[in-house]
Design a protein around this ligand. Structure first.
Ligand SMILES: Cc1cc2nc3c(=O)[nH]c(=O)nc-3n(C[C@H](O)[C@H](O)[C@H](O)COP(=O)(O)OP(=O)(O)OC[C@H]3O[C@@H](n4cnc5c(N)ncnc54)[C@H](O)[C@@H]3O)c2cc1C
Ligand SMILES: Cc1cc2nc3c(=O)[nH]c(=O)nc-3n(C[C@H](O)[C@H](O)[C@H](O)COP(=O)(O)O)c2cc1C
Length: 572
């Protein structure tokens, strides 16, 4: 067994060695063991290697849609099977003052937005980046979840890994970046961690070399399909505050399941592109290279790079290249080129090729493979917001809003392995206000087409019955034919006080709890904030009151449902 100081020396040596030197050392140590150590001692090393050298670890997770939490929980169970006690805690719940005391810390963290940490991980992320402390006794490893279709793949995981290392932490196992199909890589990473923890103190020669460069991600690559737009209908009636398009795309041979989404990369607005070219005197026809592809400046601006709401890092990069002093904050490229002009077309091209690719936007599939063969339907809400008092429309919802019949539309299928219909005889409760109806139109159509026997209960909500009752006729038909066993509607602006789906759930608390207690599953689809939080709160209240439980027991009950895949969210 090595003492702490020898172990640290060894890790320092490993950290400062090339791959070739490590291979040489490995061979050398093997030779030393075989020639100098007597047989019984070798046997002892083997025996010790199987027992855990570390008996306590902390696993922190930062998640937006639950994948990291699920993995962290699975890993904790696996650690316990290996006689290592594991504390699992969300980064939002983690006591940051405990960090300097940690000895073995595993972080499972996803990336969201434009390469940003999940909201629940922000405090942890800021803390380690802002404070000038050292973690000299920390041994850690990071599992980064992400998606290669985003330009900043696994950015947050990379940053956390790098920062913990800068603060003195030593990697137990190198950073592992995972694409959407993460199970295999994630389990491989944890097995490697376990192996290293098992032998960490007793037989350090077999510790995997901590790497300063992350392992290359296994690029799964997404299959891009091109579908033909069949039609696009605004589901809201005249007088509504909203615009919600139902879009149908012919997609022969495209495989998907109810609960999946499609990803679409929008194009930039042609007028904005023309204005940028005019403001910079650039040559729109000039060919430039972007991500190993030759494209014209116009094509690049129109279809490849994000020119809206540039991240602070890119605004500062613009400032450095152009030599202007630009206050911190996100900005549109058009505003930048107008207010802080480039010096030449060449300088402008340098800026362009360093911008990020346009991120795909996801849309939950609203059709069912069984009911709408060869087609994919989506429901898209026009995203309206304002900047400096000016009304603006979200890039992709604007792009899809202008979609015309016959347009060839590229897309990819984004699987959602958790948000899936249960066995055909199981009951489901679906809460899907607004565009959240998408997943449940898919579920109901599938259950209708396949004659599933489980009961189906829908909670739907919008602003007004007369203008915003999305898919009213279909829902009524399903109700009349018995596919929809129960339906509750909340039209928030049809009366003085606001009524939302969670109020309808509370009005039906006893029956809702019976459905759950009888083995039913509960699904939420639609806006994360505030809808999904309010719905979860109402659900906890129902479990607590109807199940005669304490608040803590109700939380455990819901966690148990989640573990069984009976409480699932597709929220954004
Ligand atoms: C799994 C999943 C499923 C989804 N399913 C659906 C669905 O079924 N239907 C649906 O309609 N949506 C769905 N979404 C949301 C969808 O992917 C898009 O996020 C949504 O359409 C908005 O995209 P956009 O390009 O129109 O807006 P963006 O241009 O991306 O803008 C989004 C927001 O960013 C901010 N913003 C953007 N630019 C600026 C700026 N210059 N200054 C200040 N703020 C700015 C604004 O707050 C704006 O509202 C889903 C999302 C996920 C993750
Ligand atoms: C809106 C949105 C933005 C995302 N942005 C990124 C990104 O910038 N980089 C990345 O690698 N992955 C990105 N992802 C993919 C997630 O990291 C990936 O789905 C991950 O498995 C989610 O894990 P979680 O459920 O623990 O949050 C994004 C996903 C969504 C839904």
């Amino acid at each position: 067994m090595l003492g702490d100081s020898k172990f640290k020396m060894l890790l320092d040596l490993i950290n400062n060695s090339t791959k070739e030197e490590l291979i040489w050392m490995n061979g050398y140590l093997n030779g030393v063991v075989q020639t100098q150590v007597a047989a019984p001692v070798v046997a002892k090393v083997d025996a010790v290697a199987a027992a855990p050298a570390v008996n306590k670890i902390t696993i922190v997770y930062g998640t937006e849609t639950g994948n990291s939490k699920r993995l962290a929980t699975d890993f904790a169970a696996k650690a316990k099977q290996n006689k290592i006690s594991a504390k699992v805690v969300g980064m939002d719940q983690y006591r940051l003052t405990d960090l300097p005391k940690e000895e073995y810390l595993l972080a499972v963290i996803s990336t969201h937005g434009d390469g940003e940490p999940p909201a629940a991980a922000k405090k942890f992320y800021d803390h380690i980046h802002n404070n000038g402390f050292r973690f000299d006794k920390l041994k850690y490893s990071v599992l980064a979840l992400g998606d290669t279709s985003y330009p900043l793949f696994c950015k947050t995981g990379e940053e956390i890994d790098e920062q913990l290392n800068k603060l003195g932490g030593q990697r137990i196992t190198p950073l592992q970046k995972c694409d959407v199909e993460y199970d295999e890589d994630a389990n491989g990473w944890f097995n490697s961690v376990l192996k290293n923890l098992t032998v960490a103190k007793e037989a350090p020669a077999v510790v995997t070399a901590p790497a300063t460069t992350p392992l290359p991600a296994k690029k799964t690559g997404k299959q891009i399909y091109t579908g033909t737009v069949l039609n696009s209908i605004n589901l809201n009636d005249r007088g509504s505050n909203k615009t919600t398009w139902h879009i149908e795309i012919a997609a022969d041979g495209v495989e998907y399941k109810c609960g999946d989404s499609i990803g679409i990369v929008p194009e930039n607005d042609s007028q904005v592109v023309t204005d940028i070219i005019a403001a910079t005197n650039a040559d729109g026809n000039k060919s430039v290279e972007f991500k190993k592809e030759k494209v014209t400046v116009y094509e690049l601006l129109k279809r490849k790079i994000n020119i809206i709401h540039l991240t602070e890092r890119l605004v500062q990069q613009y400032a450095t290249i152009t030599g202007h002093e630009i206050p911190a904050g996100r900005k549109d490229l058009l505003d930048l080129v107008k207010k802080y002009p480039v010096k030449s077309a060449t300088q402008f091209e340098e800026i362009l090729v360093n911008l990020n690719a346009i991120s795909p936007r996801l849309y939950t599939i609203a059709s069912s493979p069984a009911a709408h063969e060869g087609e994919i339907h989506i429901v898209v809400a026009k995203d309206i917001y304002s900047v400096d008092g000016k009304r603006r429309i979200g890039l992709c919802s604007d792009y899809l809003g202008q979609i015309k019949e016959g347009r060839k539309q590229p897309f990819f299928v984004q699987q959602n392995k958790r948000f899936k219909l249960p066995a055909e005889d199981k009951d489901i409760i679906m809460v899907g206000p607004g565009t959240g109806i998408a997943a449940f139109r898919s579920f109901l159509a599938e259950r209708d087409a396949t004659g599933a026997s489980g009961r189906n209960w829908l909670f739907f909500g919008e602003q007004k019955f007369t203008t915003d009752f999305l898919y009213q006729t279909e829902l009524q038909n399903w109700f009349e034919t018995g596919v929809l066993t129960r339906a509750n509607f909340a039209f928030s602006r049809d009366q003085e006080e606001k009524v939302y789906v969670q109020h309808k759930m509370l009005e039906n608390a006893a029956e809702l709890y019976q459905w759950l207690a009888g083995g039913g599953s509960f699904f939420i689809c639609g806006k994360k904030d505030p809808m999904s939080h309010d719905v979860e709160k109402a659900l906890l209240t129902i479990i607590q009151e109807q199940g005669n439980k304490t608040a803590e027991e109700a939380k455990e009950y819901l966690e148990h449902l989640e573990e069984q895949g009976r409480y699932e969210k597709d929220v954004y």
